[in-house]
Write a protein that binds this ligand. Structure first.
Ligand code: M6R
Length: 615
């Protein structure tokens, strides 16, 4: 949450900062700002431009009030402390220090009191501004330089913070601090870049340094010097990323979300690449230290949001494949429970961003109790994979950058990666026959084509969605592996369309939710073939009897059930092991088109941010 960028070099900083922020806006979009340093006559000055609302407002403001200079920092905000107003937008300043921040300063109240009693005038309601005052005070009171003052100030703050800091007296330097929030440095030719993630600066460089916990980097146009907070030198390797800059562009689609839905066949193909061996009849799990998992007797899965729903599908599938008990927890609950895990427990964290604070904390909690950690993640070298690195490792989904706040291709590839992991564990424990492995691998290979087929229903789904633009409530029903998909469909609907939507296990409906059904209640029933098909059909009839308007997600040849639904969307008949991801796609398109028909901001729904790095 919140995105930060920085630039020092020979080009116009304003242009690069605004361009980089555009690709980072998914991290927060309720206000934005930039600051540059420039020479006026012979003295260096700071230009600060900030605007409430979307980045577009800042862009307009900067057009009228340009900033000079070849060094600067920028920020796009998801408000935690202080309303999303211009006053609370970053950068914040205490002369001569200007900074941007991602994270939360947990002891800000106490520090605010100290600063106020020392006579400081605070202009915003944020936790961030106090850091600028602390550094400025250190400089002034102790007559130390920028770096020493920053180091002293950082020792006084607690919490999560990625900071990019300018000092008006040091017009060639950005100081970066990283503690529990992501921060990377992009390396250029006589120029360097700073960003919360790779996508922001991909058009400028593919060489990166990933800062680690407790790093402080002094970045100039030709040098990068990294130490810890005590000033001890740190060596960080340079990584080369082979992503094309176009992965972070819409490429002709009206929204990132639609592009990402249509990218799903490719994302699945990439996630499967070199992981299915038909020569040895086995799955190959690169990055997973299977040898460490020989003696596990239990699996726990922790995740949030859509990743949690992927975990729910995995629970059903893994128990069946691996023949071990699999528990599932919301990371935000797990982290505060005295959980019973030990050295024989494998705890799997699922996260697209790899930075979700609750999932990271849940994994740390498990690690402290001696459990083995493994992650399913989409973001290379993010905090969660790095935590799992010395334990059981990470199986990366290869969805590419997901920009839209709503998870689509990341979710689908998580299901695929977890399926692979289940097969890998089953084969290691001799719980699966060669024939069954081959059957599963063939099923996975069919998945991209099956999803292509569903994508061809896009215009039909768009038309159906238009019938529901005035709906205020919706129910999504499914059983078995389609129950998590009902939850996922409801989550997509809530976050994009602001429609109150609930996902329900179809068999549970009669215990309460059935009271909600009347002719105004659209009910989306996932009734594709499965071992509980007939039960779902009965549930559908119960809804119909009570006047509910049914949208059925049905098998392509299920004409009998089609006649019982007001609207129906057909999906191809596929092996049951890949039914869940196939049935997800119509619900993604349904939520997308409904939000779009309502004129809502699909890629950046209100109050949300892509990477939830706060509790
Ligand atoms: O990056 P993560 O997978 O850890 O994120 C978890 C959730 O915040 C995320 O899935 C969220 O629920 C999405 N907006 C859902 O579309």
């Amino acid at each position: 949450m919140c995105g930060i960028v920085g630039y020092v070099g020979h080009q116009n900083a304003e242009t690069i900062l605004l361009d980089s922020l555009r690709r980072l806006e998914y991290r927060g979009y309720d206000s934005a700002g930039i600051a540059t340093l420039f020479l006026a006559n012979t003295s260096c000055q700071t230009a600060i431009r900030r605007a409430a609302g979307k980045l577009e407002n800042l862009r307009e403001f900067v057009k009228q009030n340009p900033c000079q200079g070849t060094i600067g920092i920028g920020h796009t905000r998801w408000a935690t402390h202080g309303k999303p107003t211009e006053k609370n937008a970053h950068p914040h300043q205490s002369d001569p220090i200007t900074l941007v921040h991602n994270g939360i300063i947990e002891n800000h109240l106490q520090l605010r009191e100290q600063l106020l009693s020392a006579g400081h005038q605070l202009k915003s309601d944020t936790d961030t501004e106090i850091v600028a005052h602390l550094i400025a005070a250190e400089k002034k009171n102790n007559q130390v330089n920028f770096i020493t003052a920053t180091r002293a100030a950082v020792q006084q703050i607690r919490g999560a913070f990625a900071l990019a800091i300018l000092d008006e007296n040091e017009q060639d330097t950005i100081v970066c601090i990283k503690q529990a929030c992501p921060l990377i440095i992009g390396i250029g030719q006589h120029e360097n870049f700073i960003a919360s993630d790779f996508t922001a600066i991909l058009p400028y460089t593919n060489q990166f340094i990933i800062l680690e916990e407790g790093d402080m980097a002094v970045v100039k146009k030709d040098t990068i010097h990294i130490t810890n907070f005590d000033g001890v030198e740190q060596n960080r390797p340079i990584k080369i990323l082979d992503w094309s800059p176009s992965v972070a562009e819409k490429n002709g689609f009206s929204h990132f979300m639609l592009k990402e839905i249509f990218e799903q066949p490719l994302a699945i193909t990439d996630t499967l690449r070199e992981r299915l061996s038909f020569i040895e009849n086995k799955v190959v799990l690169d990055g997973v230290h299977l040898d460490k998992l020989k003696h596990i007797n239990r699996i726990c899965i922790v995740a949030c949001g859509s990743s949690f729903h992927a975990g729910m599908i995995a629970k059903y599938q893994m128990e069946d494949l691996v023949k071990l008990p699999v528990e599932l927890d919301l990371a935000s609950e797990f982290r505060y429970r005295p959980v019973l895990v030990d050295a024989h427990t494998l705890v799997i964290g699922i996260s697209q961003s790899g930075e979700t604070a609750d999932t990271l904390a849940a994994l740390r909690h498990a690690q402290n109790k001696g459990a083995l950690l493994l992650s399913i993640c989409n973001t290379l070298e993010s905090s969660i994979p790095r935590l799992c690195h010395h334990s059981a490792g990470t199986l990366y989904t290869r969805a590419g950058p997901e920009i839209s706040v709503a998870s689509t291709k990341a979710f689908i590839t998580q299901i695929v990666a977890l399926h692979l992991l289940g097969l890998g564990l089953a084969q290691q424990r001799d719980q699966i026959t060669k024939n069954d492995i081959i059957e599963h691998m063939n099923a996975l290979l069919q998945l991209p084509t099956a999803i292509e087929t569903v994508l061809q229903e896009d215009s039909l789904i768009q038309k159906i969605a238009q019938h529901f633009v005035s709906s205020t409530d919706m129910l999504f029903l499914g059983r078995g592996a389609l129950y998590p998909i009902a939850l996922e469909g409801a989550l997509k609907m809530k976050e994009l369309s602001y429609v109150h939507a609930e996902g329900y296990a179809a068999g549970e409906m009669k215990h309460g939710a059935i009271a909600l059904i009347d002719e105004k209640m659209p009910v989306i029933v996932l009734a594709a073939q499965s071992h509980v098909y007939e039960k779902v059909v009965s549930n559908l009839e119960e809804v119909k009897t009570r006047g509910g308007c049914i949208v059925g997600i049905l098998d392509e040849n299920d004409d009998a059930l089609k006649s019982r639904c007001e609207f129906s969307i057909h999906i191809p008949v596929v092996p049951k092991s890949i039914l869940a991801p196939v049935a997800t796609v119509p619900l993604q398109l349904f939520a997308y088109h409904l939000a779009n028909a309502k004129g809502l901001d699909v890629d950046q729904p209100r109050n949300l941010a892509k990477s939830v790095t706060v509790e």
